[in-house]
Design a protein around this ligand. Structure first.
Ligand code: ADP
Ligand code: MG
Length: 244
């Protein structure tokens, strides 16, 4: 058995009195790709934000590479350095160039020299197929290009795991595939990935495990070949019939 890169055991979370995550159990082995889908408000973003410690869970256990998440500042720093995140809204710094967006983290958080950080940044811009955009500001790029910059920025931190929260939902339709293509390449290169998306073509291509959430619960999970052809729960059947 490969090592579990991420393990959630009976994870529960409340926003005030609102029980947003209910007994979430999920194991993501090193190199695996998990796709999470489900209706709006079902708790998908909250799950990935808990894995990245942007949110705290109140009950249950989350482990990343065997390290249990806790309030301890060291554990927060360790996890943050191992887990990269790509958001729906790109979250690039508008006043910085693409290259500066990419080098900021490695210089500030990793202690790389400017030259080392720039070499790394250019390497990953190459990987996401926009080596010629380094000196532009985000606003001068298309949405698809901005999202690929955001992916390259995550990769510059050399994460062990990449989380994606609806990375193509803010994009015009014609730009979705250029981002998904980059994500498929990452998947094929062995990156451990947790992807919240409704792009089921992508899911069929890369997912090792499909997770369907509704009302704060994992209602169903399994291999894509079973998940898509034979969903057991009515809620999952209904959801898939609406989006496929
Ligand atoms: P999804 O990503 O599946 O759309 P979210 O995880 O964003 O779902 O949200 C799950 C539920 O929690 C929703 O009902 C949402 O309104 C609520 N919620 C999300 N963030 C907060 C917050 N910071 N405070 C209170 N409620 C929140
Ligand atoms: Mg969400």
């Amino acid at each position: 058995m490969p090592d579990a890169a991420i393990e959630l055991v009976d994870v529960n979370k409340w926003y005030g009195t609102f029980h947003v995550l209910k007994d979430i159990n999920l194991t993501i082995n090193s190199g695996e790709k998990v796709v999470i889908c489900g209706p709006s408000g079902s708790g998908k973003s909250t799950v990935v934000r808990c894995i990245n410690q942007l949110e705290k869970h109140q009950k249950g256990t989350i482990r990343i590479d065997g390290t249990e998440l806790s309030d301890n500042a060291q554990s927060v720093a360790t996890i943050r350095s191992e887990v990269g995140m790509v958001f729906q809204q790109f979250n690039l710094f508008p006043h910085l160039t693409v290259l500066e967006n990419l080098t900021l983290g490695p210089i500030k958080a990793r202690g790389l020299s400017k030259k080392e950080a720039e070499e790394k940044a250019r390497h990953y811009l190459e990987r996401v197929h926009i080596p010629d955009q380094a000196d532009k500001r985000p606003i001068q790029l298309s949405g698809g290009q901005q999202q690929r910059v955001a992916i390259a920025r995550s990769l510059c931190m050399e994460p062990r795991v990449l989380l994606f929260d609806e990375p193509t939902s803010a994009l015009d339709p014609e730009m979705i595939s250029e981002v998904l293509d980059v994500m498929v390449e990452l998947a094929q290169e062995g990156m451990t990935m947790v992807v919240v998306t409704h792009e089921m073509g992508f899911a069929r291509k890369v997912a090792d495990n499909m997770v369907f959430m509704d009302a704060g619960e994992i209602v169903e999970q399994g291999k894509p070949e079973h998940f898509f052809t034979n969903p057991r729960s009515e809620r999952c059947q209904k959801f898939l019939s609406q989006i496929l």
